[in-house]
Design a protein around this ligand. Structure first.
Ligand SMILES: [Zn+2]
Length: 172
């Protein structure tokens, strides 16, 4: 992630500076200082939601983040959408694993994975554009996203918004 690189570099410089100043008198042939993992750029801050451990929880989190993203873009606040946009990527990934481990039928798993993949794809492209790479605007994929969210809930039989009752959704 480009926006974190400069932070990583300045932290690295700070450490190197300290090392140079730190031990002028000690033996000169000790082993090299531990390597600093500075190009691990994926950590977008410490506010991360703890990773969902069950599929219903994952779907609820996805639903929640999707709402936040949608509302921020609707309010013309892309910066506000950017955090949840990063969060939803990892939750979608985790949900994929939870689907694979779940008791759903193969058919349900397949449909759920497809929905997750579509979401990942759509949100990924929106995020790419926010980083100045080739991508799409949220408005261009918002319909796809809604459809995929519904598809995910239908495939898993987990509805977050509505009552727990798994009866058919008959219009009333
Ligand atoms: Zn981003």
């Amino acid at each position: 992630m480009r926006h974190l690189t400069s932070l990583g570099v300045s932290l690295l410089c700070g450490v190197v500076l300290c090392l140079n100043l730190g031990c002028p008198a000690s033996s000169t042939t000790t082993e090299a200082p531990p390597a600093i993992d500075d190009d691990h750029g994926h950590d977008h801050g410490d506010h991360a939601h703890s990773a969902p451990t069950s599929l219903p929880e994952a779907i609820e989190t996805i639903d929640h983040l999707a709402d936040e993203i949608q509302e921020s873009f609707a309010a013309d606040d892309p910066d506000g959408a950017h955090g949840p946009l990063h969060d939803i990527g990892s939750v979608l990934e985790g949900a994929g694993l939870l689907v694979a481990k779940s008791d759903l039928t193969d058919e349900q798993k397949k449909a759920a994975s497809e929905a997750l993949k579509k979401l990942m794809d759509a949100y990924g492209k929106v995020d790419a554009k926010m980083h100045g790479d080739e991508g799409v605007d949220y408005a261009d994929v918002s319909k796809e996203i809604t459809t995929a969210l519904e598809g995910l809930q239908t495939a898993t039989g987990i509805q977050h918004d509505h009552d727990e009752d798994h009866a058919h959704e008959e219009a009333k």
